[in-house]
Design a protein. Structure first.
Length: 195
């Protein structure tokens, strides 16, 4: 991809964002991983209600770049290249960021670890899970249009296809089961982010 294409993509992503939170001296980078329907967006929104964070939701940003997304490998590569560049820009400006994406492979998470390391920002990793029966119920509600808050188009087949590709996070991380009360984990993450 040419540099002009990358810069154009980053500009489109920036233009699609809500109002940015106030910059801080020590921004944090929170990476949320999990299969579709596990509650990543719910978790991210709950956390953003407690800390001045900008949520970068990959599904919404994909549609900002590709109004009719195909979810092809080339499309995903282009999206995440622009997204990684955008994350660096925001963190350098002192904007704390939550990346809400499946982030299932350690190889792909390595790019995120490198960004945090290069910029010397606090990295907090979160793996969001939920029992398959709960996920199935949520994804069915999504298919029936009962969950209007979600930006994701993933259904049960997508969940089943992605499930075997989910790799263990190789670093210290929080594990959040969104079928339970997530307040205690949110409290811990808020404390760590402010430390």
């Amino acid at each position: 991809m040419e540099e002009s294409q990358l810069l154009s993509d980053v500009e489109r992503l920036l233009g699609s964002l809500a109002e940015l939170p106030e910059p801080v001296a020590r921004p944090v980078f929170i990476v949320v991983s999990g299969l579709p329907g596990t509650g990543k967006s719910y978790f991210s929104n709950q956390l953003a209600g407690r800390l001045p964070l900008l949520i970068l939701e990959s599904d919404a940003l994909r549609r900002a770049l590709f109004p009719a997304p195909t979810y092809s490998l080339a499309e995903s590569a282009r999206l995440f290249r622009a997204l990684h560049f955008l994350i660096e820009i925001l963190l350098k400006k002192g904007i704390s960021v939550i990346l809400d994406a499946t982030n299932l492979s350690e190889k792909h998470r390595e790019h995120l670890y490198n960004i945090a390391g290069r910029l010397d920002v606090k990295l907090i990793l979160v793996r969001v899970i939920a029992p398959p029966a709960v996920v199935r119920e949520r994804l069915l509600a999504r298919e029936m249009g009962l969950d209007r808050a979600t930006k994701s188009e993933a259904d049960w087949q997508v969940y089943e296809k992605m499930r075997p590709t989910a790799e263990r996070i190789g670093r210290k991380h929080y594990r959040v089961d969104t079928s339970r009360d997530i307040t205690p984990i949110i409290d811990k993450i808020v404390r760590e982010a402010r430390r």
